[in-house]
Design a protein around this ligand. Structure first.
Ligand SMILES: Nc1nc2c(ncn2[C@@H]2O[C@H](COP(=O)(O)OP(=O)(O)OP(=O)(O)O)[C@@H](O)[C@H]2O)c(=O)[nH]1
Ligand SMILES: [Mg+2]
Length: 163
């Protein structure tokens, strides 16, 4: 996290996870408070920023929304390098997306900034009847408190937990 001026901080945040997990939906909720039923798949990566007042400081989040398609995997280090925080998103209706999320946690633990704050967010909680990743499974030893959210139903991101 870079200190820009008195109580003004810049924080780089990166979104990682399988394609279709909901990374862009999460950013759209955070930045514009919106949800799109047909969100287009991200190509390469997209950049957004959002400024929030946190206690007596102003934090400007510089957000990299990466593309989940496998062919973009090799670009990811460019986006997570130097990041203060990473949110790894998976889709609770897809076991593959959860397997991918676990790989991201491992990759960041090996290659990411050691002080990086990581959160694991199981998205699409509104599709509970199609759930493939149980709440127990999602409690990873290296990320023990993950919970699920629905970006569609505008549940708070605070419900996803820190690793
Ligand atoms: N039912 C439901 N659908 C969701 C939710 N969040 C996102 N979606 C839908 O899931 C689809 C994929 O969401 P995206 O945000 O594009 O996923 P992504 O992770 O950015 O995907 P890539 O850019 O391909 O890596 C979109 O059609 C969204 O509308 C949710 O909480 N519930
Ligand atoms: Mg996307």
């Amino acid at each position: 996290m870079a200190i820009v001026g008195h109580n003004n901080l810049n924080a780089k945040l990166v979104l990682l996870g399988d394609m279709g997990a909901g990374k862009s939906s999460l950013v759209l909720r955070f930045v514009k408070g919106q949800f799109l039923e047909f969100q287009e798949s991200t190509i390469g990566a997209a950049f957004f920023s959002q400024t929030l007042a946190v206690s007596d400081a102003t934090v400007k989040f510089e957000i990299w929304d990466t593309a989940g398609q496998e062919r973009y995997h090799s670009l990811a280090p460019m986006y997570y390098r130097g990041a203060a925080a990473a949110i790894i998103v998976y889709d609770i209706t897809s076991a593959e997306s959860f397997a991918r999320a676990k790989k991201w946690v491992q990759e960041l633990q090996k290659q990411g900034n050691p002080n990086m704050v990581m959160a694991l967010a199981g998205n699409k909680a509104d599709l509970e009847d199609k759930r493939k990743v149980t709440a127990e499974e999602s409690q990873q030893p290296n990320c023990p408190n993950s919970t699920s959210v629905s970006l569609k139903e505008n549940q708070s991101l605070a419900r996803s937990s820190m690793c």
